[in-house]
Design a protein around this ligand. Structure first.
Ligand code: DX5
Ligand code: ZN
Length: 226
């Protein structure tokens, strides 16, 4: 069983016309993480935001900025995102020609390195980099949009990843992103997830404190509000 679940609401489903208020409301509701979906219109068929928006929001937020880079060749922008205030940078294995170098560079810049895998990408690409990552993101939908349906084989992938992590004594957390709801929260935790990203199933149900409590109840006693 996981130690403690972290819920990381995905701003992709938030009110973009008032991001500062959204971030404040999340913090007031007791959340500690927030998930930023950065999309470049090339790696995924959608475009969102970049370092200037994150830097602007950083000024008034104490949340842990969990930045999911759905962009080609992310090496070009690592420094910009760290300077903007990313606490964790998650790159896609499919977008990195030299994954080990990219992860080392994120650490050198002072952020936590993480790697994401698309649904079809085998876990084997992680074999040699698991000891150096703080988190692995298992995409449970094809990236690019919120509101999609959870792909069922992701559960088995989480279980196998958990066993790989245990085998190499890695401290990597397992994050799951896409189609996460209170209904599948319990299963995800039992199969090995530590960090759940939720966009549409979170932001469509204010107030956020109450929604957090709904996820907590779904998780049993594993989620503690700070
Ligand atoms: C999808 C993004 C997700 C997305 C999840 O490409 O990486 O973070 O916001 O949205 P839901 O929770 O609605 O599936
Ligand atoms: Zn995401």
């Amino acid at each position: 069983m996981p130690k403690e679940m972290i819920l990381s609401p995905s701003l992709l489903s938030s009110d973009f016309s008032n991001l500062a208020r959204e971030l404040r409301d999340l913090e007031d509701a007791g959340l500690s993480w927030v998930h930023w979906d950065v999309m470049d219109g090339s790696f995924v068929p959608n475009i969102t935001f970049g370092p200037p928006i994150i830097a602007g929001c950083r000024k008034n937020s104490g949340l842990f900025f969990d930045v999911h880079l759905m962009i080609e060749a992310p090496d070009r922008y690592l420094e910009d995102f760290v300077h903007a205030g990313a606490d964790l940078l998650c790159v896609h294995a499919e977008a990195c020609r030299h994954l080990e170098r990219t992860l080392s560079e994120i650490s050198r810049l002072g952020a936590k390195p993480a790697v994401a895998l698309n649904p079809h990408t085998p876990l084997q690409v992680l074999e040699y980099v698991l000891p150096q990552v703080e988190m692995v993101l298992i995409m449970s939908v094809n990236p690019g949009f919120g509101g999609q349906t959870f792909i069922p084989f992701s559960l088995e992938k989480i279980r196998r990843l958990k066993s790989m992590i245990n085998q190499c004594n890695s401290r990597a957390l397992i994050q799951v992103d896409g189609g996460v709801t209170p209904d599948n929260t319990r299963d995800l935790l039992e199969w090995g997830a530590d960090v759940l990203v939720s966009g549409s199933a979170f932001f469509a149900h204010p107030p956020y404190r109450q929604r957090l409590e709904t996820f907590m109840q779904a998780a049993g006693e594993q989620l503690k509000i700070p």
